[in-house]
Design a protein around this ligand. Structure first.
Ligand code: DX5
Ligand code: ZN
Length: 222
């Protein structure tokens, strides 16, 4: 540990002052901005699309960690990649032709990640691991912020970490959902996670964004 990148999820931000909240996270030392696109089909909730991603992009120079909770993302990808060209993550469960979708993202010069839901086994990404920059292990069922971390995801994280180490792939593991400044952050890092996403733990009424990021960093570093 010591250097786990922190990626605040703007899903928990005040959308009435979204750009300011992104600038707050940037000023507070966030490493990435996690951006949740939800289509109301792959997940039951709808968040926002290209227009709002563009607004977030304009508010910071930090890389965007773009998490697409979208059924068959291929049609949305060209528009989204036009406004955001950093890290693009699709769900293994949402893509009939995952290998092709990964190729589409890489062709455009982006880093590519694949996300897997709590019920999805690591075998869903094994064949494409050599092509990936990131694997996102969901630690809640996607769709909403503020849910509780699912402890069983830690075992999956550890097994995936071992496979990645065994082959020496340059893949970063990311966790998303219910991560807070407590054992959830510490145990995730211990299990091999590098990138930590946090929504409600960072954008809340109890702390400033800067205090919340500092607390999360402390917890992650044990
Ligand atoms: C959940 C989203 C997460 C969410 C995390 O579907 O993918 O990124 O914003 O929120 P917290 O940290 O509150 O669980
Ligand atoms: Zn997310």
């Amino acid at each position: 540990g010591g250097t786990a990148p922190i990626a605040p999820s703007v899903l928990a931000a005040d959308f009435g002052r979204l750009a300011q909240q992104v600038r707050d996270a940037d000023a507070a030392g966030a490493d990435l901005i996690h951006v949740d696109v939800m289509d109301g089909r792959f997940v039951s909730n709808i968040s926002f699309g290209e227009v709002v991603v563009d607004c977030i992009r304009s508010a910071t120079d930090l890389p965007l960690n773009l998490h697409l909770m979208v059924h068959e993302p291929d049609r949305l990808l060209p528009g989204l990649m036009k406004v955001s060209s950093d890290q693009v993550l699709v769900h293994a469960e949402a893509c009939a032709h995952l290998h092709r979708t990964i190729g589409l993202i890489k062709e455009n010069g982006n880093q590519v990640g694949v996300a897997i839901n709590p019920a999805t086994p690591i075998s869903a990404v094994e064949e494409v691991l050599p092509d990936l920059d990131i694997v996102l292990v969901m630690t809640v069922n996607p769709g909403f912020g503020g849910q509780s971390f699912i402890p069983a995801a830690l075992g999956k994280l550890r097994r995936l970490y071992d496979v990645i180490q065994e082959h020496g792939y340059p893949v970063q593991l990311e966790v998303d959902g219910g991560v807070k400044a407590d054992a959830t952050a510490r145990d995730s890092v211990a299990a091999g996670a590098e990138i930590l996403v946090a929504g409600t733990a960072i954008f809340n009424r109890e702390q400033s964004v800067a205090e919340a990021i500092a607390a999360l960093r402390d917890a992650a570093n044990g």
